[in-house]
Write a protein that binds this ligand. Structure first.
Ligand SMILES: [Zn+2]
Length: 226
């Protein structure tokens, strides 16, 4: 390539960077500032799905991590999959070494809108292999704004396994809100012969950790639209 072209690419990249702002604190000229990057380090904690499956979560879905995840999911900021994937990788490495890692499937609508599958991308950036054993079986309504019961009803029967198989699997999702999606994934995998041992989520909403104590009124901050 000639020098002119390189210069143009260089100035385009610079323009992009100058137009960028940190998802965590809005400071300009950076895709993620150092202070906010520190807040994306995994803080491992555990939550349970409605069916009682153990979920190992890397981050709490609030503050800087929540804003970074929203920017990855809704604004196409795929470069954020690297630091977020690193946090997920910290947790994935603690789970069963011989289990297949199975991402929750992305709806066709979400894939068309984004052009990428968020859980799969995070697993790859975590340095692991995503086994796409689950596919959407039918269209689901938007999970946003639905309560716990309605979410479970909305996702029931929404997934199926692409093939039969056996052995341990670990289910991965980006954000776990009530855990209904993970329970549905486990059901579909069990029906095809696999043995779901646990789930791993990049982030869990504070609401999920609180449901054991209070079933009530924390407002729904989920962006989980799949
Ligand atoms: Zn920042």
């Amino acid at each position: 390539m000639d020098a002119d072209l390189w210069r143009r690419i260089g100035s385009d990249a610079l323009a992009l960077l100058l137009a960028a702002s940190c998802p965590g604190c809005d400071s300009s000229g950076t895709l993620l500032c150092d202070a906010c990057r520190m807040l994306l380090h995994a803080e491992p904690h555990e939550v349970r799905t409605p069916q009682g499956m153990l979920v190992h979560a890397a981050l709490r879905y609030e503050g800087v991590p929540a804003r970074a995840i929203r920017r990855l999911k809704e604004d196409g900021a795929t470069m954020l999959a690297r630091p977020l994937g690193a946090a997920l990788g910290d947790i994935l490495r603690r789970t069963l070494a011989d289990a297949l890692i199975v991402p929750v499937p992305t709806s066709r609508a979400a894939f068309r809108r984004r052009g990428y599958r968020v859980p799969d991308l995070l697993v790859r950036r975590a340095g692991a292999t995503a086994h796409r054993l689950l596919v959407p079986a039918r269209q689901t309504g938007d999970q946003r704004g639905l309560g716990r019961e309605a979410r479970a009803h909305n996702v029931a029967g929404s997934m199926r396994a692409a093939r039969r198989g056996h052995g341990p699997v670990v289910i991965v999702d980006d954000v776990v809100t009530t855990g209904a999606t993970l329970d549905e994934a486990a059901r579909a995998l069990r029906a095809a012969g696999f043995v779901p041992v646990c789930a791993v989520a990049l982030a869990a909403t504070p609401r999920l950790s609180e449901t054991a104590r209070s079933m009530s009124t924390v407002s729904d901050m989920s962006v989980h639209g799949d």
